[in-house]
Write a protein that binds this ligand. Sequence first.
Ligand SMILES: Cc1cc2nc3c(=O)[nH]c(=O)nc-3n(C[C@H](O)[C@H](O)[C@H](O)COP(=O)(O)OP(=O)(O)OC[C@H]3O[C@@H](n4cnc5c(N)ncnc54)[C@H](O)[C@@H]3O)c2cc1C
Length: 611
Amino acid sequence: MKDLSSRIAALDPGKRELLLKRLQHQADERAREPRIAEAAPSSPPVARFDVVVLGGGLAGQTLARQIKRARPETTVLVTELRPHPVPESAHKVGESTVEIGSHYFAEVLALQHHLTTAQLRKAGLRYFFPSGANDDVARRVEMGASYFPPVPSYQLDRGRFENALRADNAAMGVEFWDRVKAGPVTRQGDTHHVVLERAGSPCTVACRWVVDASGRAGLMKRQLGLARESGHKCNAVWFRLARKIDPDEWSDAPHWQDRLPKGLRWMSTNHFMGRGYWVWFIPLAPEATSVGIVADAALHPISEMRSFELALGWIAKHEPLCARVIEEHRGTLMDFLALKHYAYGCAQVFSGDRWALTGEAGVFTDPFYSPGSDFIGMSNTYISDLILRDLAGEPIAARAAEYNRIYLNTYESFLTVYENQYPLMGNPRVMAAKIVWDFAIYWGFLTLQFLTGRLCDLELQAKAGHTLQRVNHLNARVQAFFRQWDALEGRDCEERFIDVLDVDIMRRLHYELRDNLPGGELLERFSQNLGLLESLAAALFHEAASLLPNPPNRPVNPYAISLHPEQWEEDELFHPGKTVEVEAVAAGTMEKIRLTTAIQQHSLVDVAHAG
Ligand SMILES: Cc1cc2nc3c(=O)[nH]c(=O)nc-3n(C[C@H](O)[C@H](O)[C@H](O)COP(=O)(O)OP(=O)(O)OC[C@H]3O[C@@H](n4cnc5c(N)ncnc54)[C@H](O)[C@@H]3O)c2cc1C
């Protein structure tokens, strides 16, 4: 303390005042933090661990593995309500992974062998925009990869994955107690006590760290009053069929058959989209298929789809071709589940008092870009880092507060991508642009930071803070802009394939995920990528503004774009110091995703008559 006081005294007055304000703020925050109640355990503990994890699903088991790999002498208990082994195929959703989650599983947890031998390599996310009555898949605009993206991702059979994790973790010395209901947590000094109940008999275990990984049961969230509602109101229903369903077989049209190598569509996460909804088809090894509907609650209420029969009827109305395929295989139905208002927030997820929430026990945004495993990878990485530092004797309170702030900010910025945006799924031009934009943000910053192993680098975070804040501002502006564009844009489009790894910005940012960016190089890359986004925002503006009566043909300020000409002066859209040029890579991107209007049947007839 003396050392800290003398270091503070040695600072110049301005810096000292800033630091003192910050320390005061941290102290105030900690005083407001919820506390686990102090109490003696209800019975003497039957065992003591360094870490007890409540819930042995994906988040809980991967966390145990991450800690054990980094510090093998750590004693870890995972408690799980369900009996193990769990069933394959029809276990849980969370089957499609993207780059952060895949890297976390394959590289951080060293599960590459399991992923490549027992699961399916994924051919990226694939989108089908609406066309007419959605009864001819070959007439829809398709957006996806034409080869396996070089930075890999996987389709997971969750039951198979959780069983393999349990067996592997046990071999590493992780204790796994199934059929155990974890109950309330109390603390006594530095020790936490957790009540566990098995077959009606309660017992208590003691631990230094307690981590809630109980998913939507949200054990500690409820105990500590941390639950926060989200304004993003969407619902989901899903089911599994014990059949391989390959969209390649959905049309005989030569352009559909010849466009892609056989099987590539099947190995993608396929999204069939319309206004306010998407329907997923995900292949599961060896021969099952996961199907789900995700929809904006205001446009497609859950009452229209809350049983298999209702859901099938709903699909028949909006996606008749998908419904025909499901109908054909309905005899192989394995399960059916529905979830209302799946998104939610949380007041706090990490604490210096040695408790944490991970996975769905904390926050959940939206499954559209499959970020669930990303959030697990990130929260587990923060939690492991805190636990390892604490066990090494390092004070962690300030770091826990900072990780908590960053993680909850990440949740908020992800939410901006989805909230109020489901109606855009019915608009091919706007949605194609949004998908490019959303991937550029995802790959250009957070994914790079995670893949280069710098998630917990607070020095980097401090230095990159300004750039990342600008990214968030720009993103909020562009997401609102997409809604304005949707209001003006026509939906009728000629059939086409958009090859995402041929779209300039997407190709560049995806391939650059393989770069090693030590020291300041990552910061430099963030700045370059922000420049790229600014240029893309300007290009998007010019594309959409061409729908206005007098589109401006000059550089614009990307942070001020809108399709409200009356606002432009006030928003400083043309402010000379703030405008950017559209770089070639952004112009090239727009070229690749521009969709032509379908020639109407009647105009062909007119042409024939004229001829
Ligand atoms: C519609 C939808 C689609 C999704 N699609 C994807 C996707 O494609 N890709 C993706 O990455 N993510 C996806 N997700 C998110 C994904 O499902 C979650 O990220 C993931 O399942 C969360 O894992 P978890 O371990 O936190 O929770 P869970 O897997 O639910 O694990 C929690 C565990 O805690 C146990 N438990 C509960 N209460 C107790 C108790 N009292 N005592 C002991 N144990 C207890 C439960 O039995 C369970 O096994 C989707 C989510 C939704 C809603």
